[in-house]
Ligand binder design. Structure first.
Ligand SMILES: Nc1ncnc2c1ncn2[C@@H]1O[C@H](COP(=O)(O)OP(=O)(O)OP(=O)(O)O)[C@@H](O)[C@H]1O
Ligand SMILES: [Mg+2]
Length: 237
């Protein structure tokens, strides 16, 4: 099986006025093609930082990052951005929709960057918006729709270029349990089609349905066996 994500001894340190923050302390993390992985852990443990390493949105202070055969740590920022646009669907923790574009235009945007044939873009965007149940608000601006609708728009946008790898930072965090369940079923379907999915979640019920749960603690990954033991202990309690 192909390794899609390989983080090797990744450290990330942020400089702030009062000193240094060690967000990641030497993380080794591998994900194979077709895996569905949930990242869990307390606030501030380094989950978003880890996600940003995988998408190349941020770079490690030390260590290596390989994603889909690309050594991200050796690529320039523009090159990484171009690569990400075609190969990774990212659902951000705070959506990051462009406020000056409608919901529809936000979903269209990654396709125009990727050079999708113009006639196809509109059709694909509508299909995606239908899939996340947003067809009715396609022409509204992000500020005119609810947080849950913005989150679903961000999911549709992440899927626009049909990426083989999907990375979500609490992609269901702003949804009610019914829509969260529907979006989760969509992710499961994508994984069944052979896509790779890494998802941060605070939702214990959803994490319980993901085949591999990886816990982040103080900038380190706990071993899968430790996570298993904790889950068992919680179920017994
Ligand atoms: N740009 C930044 N500058 C300085 N410190 C940062 C920056 N981004 C993150 N941090 C710090 O790094 C640590 C890890 O943050 P991170 O956002 O990865 O946590 P998280 O697990 O995603 O938390 P949450 O569940 O609240 O989203 C925290 O101590 C945070 O304050
Ligand atoms: Mg976070």
């Amino acid at each position: 099986m192909d390794t899609v994500i390989s983080l090797q001894a990744v450290h990330k340190t942020y400089k702030i006025r009062s000193g240094l923050i060690h967000a990641l302390h030497g993380v080794d993390f591998e994900v194979q093609q077709g895996e569905f992985v949930a990242l869990v852990g307390p606030s501030g443990s380094g989950k978003s930082t880890l996600i940003n390493m995988i998408t190349g949105i941020d770079r490690p202070t030390r260590g290596e990052v390989y994603v889909a055969g690309q050594r991200l740590t050796q690529m320039g920022e523009d090159k990484v951005a171009g690569w990400r646009g075609k190969n990774v669907g990212v659902v951000f923790q705070f959506f990051q929709l462009l406020p000056s574009l409608t919901v529809m235009e936000n979903v269209l945007m990654p396709m125009s960057y990727a050079g999708t044939y113009k006639g196809q873009r509109q059709e694909r965007a509508m299909e995606l918006l239908d899939m996340v149940d947003l067809a009715e608000v396609a022409d509204k601006y992000p500020s005119q729709v609810s947080g849950g609708q913005q989150q679903r728009a961000a999911i549709a946008r992440a899927l626009a270029n049909d990426p083989p790898l999907i990375v979500g930072d609490e992609p269901t965090g702003n949804l009610d349990s019914v829509s969260a369940g529907l979006m989760f079923a969509l992710f499961e379907e994508l994984v069944a089609q052979g896509k790779t999915m890494v998802m941060v979640t605070h939702d214990k019920d959803l994490a319980g349905k993901v085949p591999r749960v990886q816990e982040v603690r103080d900038g380190l990954l706990l071993q899968a066996s430790e996570v298993d033991q904790r889950l068992k202990a919680t179920h017994q309690a």
